[in-house]
Design a protein around this ligand. Structure first.
Ligand SMILES: [Zn+2]
Length: 382
């Protein structure tokens, strides 16, 4: 395929790309807006059907839907392009912070994470297919509840089911300013520990009290002591609440914790250690309950991922693009479910920017075409 013609075609889509990007950012699709996720999904599905894909949705009663789109003979080894349509922002964000461009930066909820990446993928596929790309079948998998860790859906199982048969995957997640592409991500396990003690008047009957704060304070230190820097298991107790007034023994206390891990195979041992802490009693008569909040698998660094990354790196060199580097990061993504079943996956191929998950989130507009050309060339070469 003539790559310079391909790049020319992609650049000719610039205005359409900005328009679609804006339209998607201006739809609330946060955790409380499943119907907004559906709207984004409908826009993407229509676009993909227009260029020849078959599309279907996977619906969940309590979470944003997934979109799956296929092009070509899916019985052959295929390429996956993946990402998510939801954002972290609740309803109202799109109207108070509508898409805008100022000084070469685009702003708006999910502009970087990751409606820019979806826009890139769509127009790269449009360009490739209009230039008669036939090299491999392509499957698009977009989740609708990634930002809440798929806590109310079976999306991880769907990723595994839909991903089986792929030989390479590219995730259009948030790109990094250093042009690093992600080949490894930590997994995450968030949980809550609640202690139920017994309240008592501290003047009249202090001995009747069972102090939940004392119990949880001791357990908190045990939990933080589970951090293993060598293995890359790190605990953070990020929230603590308990008691009501200082003249009553605290009847209740809770902590909310976050564990990051490099390798999902460490998780059973870590959970067993946690269970021991739950069962241990510092203050007689208290009861501790552990509740899992969300669990996200780690994206393993596969040797085959490094080979796929080498192809991306070589492509960037040959085409005279900005050099790319491989990096490991602490934030989770759906790439984990693909690497879990051995599919080489390069993540963070999306538009580049900073401050995702905050109101300062921005994407550098020029990186839209830069990353589109990179993805297009990589898809030609892979
Ligand atoms: Zn994301």
């Amino acid at each position: 395929m003539d790559k310079s013609k391909l790049y020319e075609l992609i650049c000719s889509y610039n205005d359409e790309m900005l328009e679609l990007w804006k339209n998607m950012v201006n739809i609330d699709s946060g955790p409380d807006a499943h119907e907004g996720v559906k709207k984004v999904s409908d826009i993407v599905a229509e676009f993909l059907r227009n260029i020849g894909f078959l599309t279907r949705t996977i619906n969940f009663p309590n979470a944003g839907n997934m979109l799956v789109a296929e092009y070509g003979d899916m019985t052959k080894p295929f390429v996956i392009i993946t990402g998510h349509m939801d954002t972290v922002f609740n309803k109202g964000a799109a109207s108070t912070r509508a898409f805008k461009i100022e000084d070469g930066k685009a702003y708006g909820p999910g502009v970087l994470d990751m409606k820019g990446g979806i826009t890139i993928a769509l127009f790269v596929l449009k360009a490739l297919l209009s230039m008669n790309y036939r090299k491999h079948p392509i499957k698009i998998i977009l989740a609708g509840d990634e930002e809440i860790g798929h806590s109310c859906s079976t999306a991880p199982q769907e990723f595994i089911k839909e991903g089986t048969g792929a030989f390479a995957a590219f995730n259009m997640e948030t790109g990094f300013p250093d042009n690093g592409l992600v080949v490894e991500r930590k997994g995450m396990y968030q949980f809550m520990l609640e202690v139920f003690g017994r309240g008592a008047h501290v003047g009249n009957a202090p001995k009747n009290g069972r102090n939940a704060i004392k119990e949880i304070a001791s357990k908190l230190l045990d939990i933080e002591a589970l951090t293993d820097w060598d293995k890359g298991n790190t605990f953070n107790v990020g929230v603590i609440e308990g008691g009501t007034v200082c003249n009553s023994v605290a009847a209740y206390a809770k902590i909310i914790c976050d564990l990051r891990f490099v390798d999902s195979s460490y998780l059973p041992d870590v959970k067993a250690a946690l269970q021991k802490i739950v069962e241990k009693q510092y203050v007689e008569g208290t009861k501790t309950v552990l509740t899992s909040i969300v669990e996200f698998s780690a994206m393993k660094r596969l040797d085959t991922t490094m080979e796929l990354f080498a192809l991306v790196k070589r492509t960037a060199q040959e085409e005279g693009f900005r050099p790319v580097t491989a990096k490991a990061v602490g934030g989770a993504s759906d790439s984990a479910y693909l690497t879990n079943i051995g599919i080489p996956t390069v993540c963070a191929m999306g538009v580049i920017g900073e401050h995702n998950h905050t109101v300062e989130e921005f994407a550098i507009v020029d990186t839209m075409l830069e990353r589109a050309k990179l993805l297009a060339a990589v898809l030609v070469n892979v």
